[in-house]
Design a protein around this ligand. Sequence first.
Ligand SMILES: NC(=O)c1ccc[n+]([C@@H]2O[C@H](COP(=O)([O-])OP(=O)(O)OC[C@H]3O[C@@H](n4cnc5c(N)ncnc54)[C@H](O)[C@@H]3O)[C@@H](O)[C@H]2O)c1
Length: 326
Amino acid sequence: MKKILIVGCGGIGKRHIDGFLRTGKCRVSVCDIDNEKLQQLENKYPLDSLFTDFFSVDISKFDAVLIATPANQHIKMAKRCCQMQVPFLLEKPLAVTLEGVDELIDMSKKSNIVCAVGYTRRSIPSFKKFKQLADSGMAGEIKMANFYCGQDYRKYRPDYSNIYFSRRSTGGGVLRDFVTHFIDLAQWILGKPKRGFALTANLVFGNAVETDDSAIVIGEFAGKLANFYCNGFQKPNELVIDLAGTKGNLKYTLATRFLSKILFSNDDSGNWQEIVCFHDEIFDYYLYQAQEFLKMLDGEICELTTLEEAAENLKFIIDVIERSKD
Ligand SMILES: NC(=O)c1ccc[n+]([C@@H]2O[C@H](COP(=O)([O-])OP(=O)(O)OC[C@H]3O[C@@H](n4cnc5c(N)ncnc54)[C@H](O)[C@@H]3O)[C@@H](O)[C@H]2O)c1
């Protein structure tokens, strides 16, 4: 059994506890500054140990650390893992600013430990299949991509105005948070992000947050062009990704939260061939990611986002924010 320490047990930390326990291969300990949260977790899950101060935990006793605190705390926690030679999986985004990012990458290379950033979709079968089909050449060379994504974030996180999402300094807002998931997918499928522009606005959330709730981003990825339309207020929960290739288009649709389809068309008949569909993946997102990370710990090559890729993603977003100022 692998011993995993999960740091930050809020909305996502809890899902990681569940995911690692469900692998059947891990014993889980937790760390959160909120003692009340820890007590609730102890009543719900079979946990090994509970801690309140990450920096005083002897993490060398663990096989890996999962960091799920707000993004402004990621770098210092990840650096401690490097110093103590403990593998880690870091929640996205890598950070909020570039401070300490290059140093962390240097430290991770020198310590040579297993580490990755948890852009969840890279571990999910339907997205892996989509990437595999894009790479297969069936659509020719992919030249353009369109990412359309919206959901009512307030429904899924009723506490949205009190958590990291509500503040820029903790990595909140649609541009700094949601959009980075799709930048990661574009980077995975198309290549390295080069430059971009954005329009962002707080269209609906008002004073409940100091961040934006909507963003439109255009970007260049390894010479290909991509567009990202993303908001956190719309009622239907939708994701559609269109890849335009020289021989046809591949389309990923999340028709409901419980059904994903991959479609293909290579003519103008209006007919799309359904290549494959996936049901109910939503319930296992964090199980899949935990399994992928465990494979990495066992020495297998995985496609989880590297620190370098997550740094490119962050640099792209910071650059987009700078370029897009009035
Ligand atoms: N992969 C995804 O799809 C996904 C979705 C949502 C959030 N996230 C990311 O996960 C991270 C956390 O998001 P969340 O929604 O769980 O936020 P949250 O506010 O619900 O939880 C954060 C938790 O961290 C704890 N914490 C804060 N500082 C701490 C410290 N120094 N030591 C220990 N615990 C500390 C808080 O008490 C809280 O319980 C963010 O980086 C966010 O971007 C990822």
